[in-house]
Design a binder for this molecule. Structure first.
Ligand code: MG
Length: 402
């Protein structure tokens, strides 16, 4: 693992993992542990799972381990005593960890808490493996401006965007006709609206192809996930919003495509496994081995495609409208959707109410430009409060007592 000559420079790529105990973080740690000769770890940060964070730190030997929850400081310090690893706690310490000189920062903190640390890594010109959606959905204009100003690079870890990134010819961007995000269509593809009205949280979180958390599974079922990805794609690639297509592809084998002016269509395919986009980001512009099952097309046999139904899945229409409005509209969309999904998961509103309360919130709050993360935070909390009100006014969905 270490070089035999202690005076020799360490040629390994330095990596910091923000959110190492979450699902993208755990998969990142897995790849780092499999490739000790290629990476050394500068810092690991976790939210509150001290046991897992300490175990990861003991195995990866970072310079620094940070737990965001201040209550985790003493337990983490104790768990790492004698390991020679610096320990810190709190939100500010997570931001400081992101500012440390690692070449690659895996930004996999979930939610708004990921914004400031990711921006800190952007500002020192790091390569960012971006798994946090809020950075581009809620704060896209700010993030993109800072990436350009500071010479940072964003490598998307979302599977569709990683796919497009791998086949997007940036040197000939003016010859790109469109980019195509594929969507599984979620568990309710092909149902009618009446059947969707009575969908339960348990049905909505059962995703056919990917294993994911409850929030993103519901987003997949409403297709808001694809709407948020549309906004991400707009910020990641030099295309305008009319050049971003969504195609429903239930097998989730093709993750993304780029169509060119000469008629060529380049696609990236793979088994649905997060470790592929994570490996792409960690090793870019090289490649890494990842323990991902080989894609067997003869076993799959048939790939199918269909147009998304924006009437049945209004989230797509709302996301396009928010992107067209620009400024704070995507921030409002994202915040409202989070509150609505939690309301649905708690049985307070029905499945079809999710898009309805998001639309009500979007109509109620005037759009304004975003200049700082403080603007983002203000808009985010105003939208949450507004949506919370619409959720509270809704008639609770009938809960089976059987
Ligand atoms: Mg995705």
């Amino acid at each position: 693992m270490s070089t035999s000559d202690p005076s020799a420079p360490d040629a390994r790529r330095s990596v910091t993992v923000l959110g190492s105990t979450g699902s993208v973080g755990v998969n990142t740690v897995d790849l780092l542990l499999r490739n000790p000769g290629r990476f050394r770890v500068e810092a690991l940060t976790g939210n509150r799972n001290v046991t897992l964070l300490a175990e990861q730190a003991r195995r990866l030997r970072p310079q620094l381990a940070v737990v965001a929850d201040p209550a985790g400081y003493l337990p983490l310090k104790e768990a790492l005593s004698g390991a020679g690893i610096e320990v810190a706690a709190g939100r500010e310490a997570v931001i400081e960890a992101a500012g440390r000189p690692a070449e690659v920062v895996m930004a996999s903190i979930v939610g708004a808490a990921g914004l400031a640390p990711t921006l800190a890594a952007v500002r020192r010109g790091a390569i960012i493996g971006l798994a946090n959606k809020e950075c581009l959905v809620s704060a896209g204009d700010i993030m993109v401006a800072e990436v350009a100003r500071c010479g940072a690079r964003i490598l998307p870890v979302d599977s569709e965007h990683s796919a497009i990134y791998q086949v997007f010819d940036f040197a000939n961007a003016d010859k790109v006709r469109s980019i195509v995000l594929t969507a599984s269509g979620g568990p309710f593809r092909g149902r009618d609206r009446a059947a969707m009205a009575s969908v339960s949280p348990a049905e909505a979180v059962a995703h056919p192809n990917w294993s994911m958390g409850a929030k993103i599974s519901v987003d997949s079922a409403t297709m808001m996930n694809k709407g948020l990805e549309l906004i991400e794609a707009y910020h990641l690639f030099p295309v305008d919003q009319h050049q971003i297509e969504i195609v429903v592809h239930p097998q989730s084998v093709i993750h993304g495509m780029v169509t060119y002016a000469d008629g060529s269509v380049l696609a990236q395919l793979g088994a649905p496994d997060m470790r592929t986009p994570i490996a792409v980001a960690l090793a870019w512009p090289e490649r890494l081995s990842a323990p991902v099952p080989k894609l067997d097309l003869t076993e799959i046999g048939r790939l199918t495609f269909e147009a998304p139904d924006e009437v049945l899945f209004p989230a797509l229409r709302l996301a396009r409208a928010a992107l067209a409005s620009g400024g704070s509209a995507p921030t409002i969309l994202n915040a409202a959707n989070e509150v609505a999904v939690h309301g649905f998961l708690a049985g307070r509103i029905g499945f079809l109410d999710i898009a309805r309360v998001v639309e009500e919130t979007l109509s109620a709050i005037p759009v304004r430009p975003l200049e700082t993360l403080a603007d983002v935070a203000d808009i985010d909390s105003a939208a949450r409060e507004m949506t919370e009100g619409y959720v509270a006014q809704s008639v609770p969905r009938a809960v089976s007592t059987g």
